[in-house]
Design a protein around this ligand. Sequence first.
Ligand SMILES: [Cu+2]
Length: 314
Amino acid sequence: MKLSKAYKRLALVAMPIVLLLMTGCTNNIIVLDPKGPIAEQQRDLMVISTILGSIVVVPVLIMTAVIIWRYRDREGRKAAYTPRWEHSTKLEIIWWGIPIIIILALGVITVKGTYALEPSKPLESEQKEITVQVTSLNWKWLFQYPEQGIATINELKIPNGVPVRFEITADSPMNSFWIPQLGGQMYAMSGMAMTLYLQADEEGEYWGSGANFTGRHFADMYFDVESMSQEEFDQWVDEIKATSPALTLDGYKKLVEPSTSQVLAFSSFPDQLFEMTVTKYATSHNHGLSTGKQDKPQGQQEEEEEPSMDHMGH
Ligand SMILES: [Cu+2]
């Protein structure tokens, strides 16, 4: 009778944990399903750290339950009762020694991983890298391909097996560019360009997102990433060049205005647009890209250089 009550309580505590494991771990956790060299190494780091941590955590959790159960006060208790026991060199060595070894191992792995996975470090490859300039806008992503001369909104296509050099900035509140199956996130910030190297080793579609809250339609800032063969990629570029409109400076200003957007493609974009987006926040004079919204109140504006377009592209 007493026992069944205890089991019920145990079940009550264990049930949410079991449910959580069932729903959480059996569905696809995409960070544990990497499709490129960076994401693979990061997955390994997560797995190794979890295993090393588990060496302490799992025995402690099991022993906590066992000790509470075994040493509880009850009639006919057989477990040893030693209220004056206070020291054991053997146990001290175990519960200090093991964590020290684990922390040292984690330290070495962390330092090595930090240098090996430095986001701006070019990937070793026989393929020539391609560059994609990424701009976070409210609430859409602009991707510019400077070598191909095209641009897209909310759609990223990359050649498979080729290192991609992402240059990332924001013309919006700070966001975070994240393609979980290719690697960790990188912040998109106004006034600076962050570099992130990623590569896909498997053709297919991946999920990309803005991983940092930027306001009302932040949740709409996801995009499809497609890794395709070089031929398909070249075809896609040619098609955009032949069929899509050009992105003008006025068109860009429209994109900067807060709104959501479907997938768009542009056959060209204003020269140095990305550089101008970065420098308009970093320098006192801006290059005609101001939307006026982020500027100071009217009264304080007369000393500022008038936004003009005549020196764009320098
Ligand atoms: Cu200037």
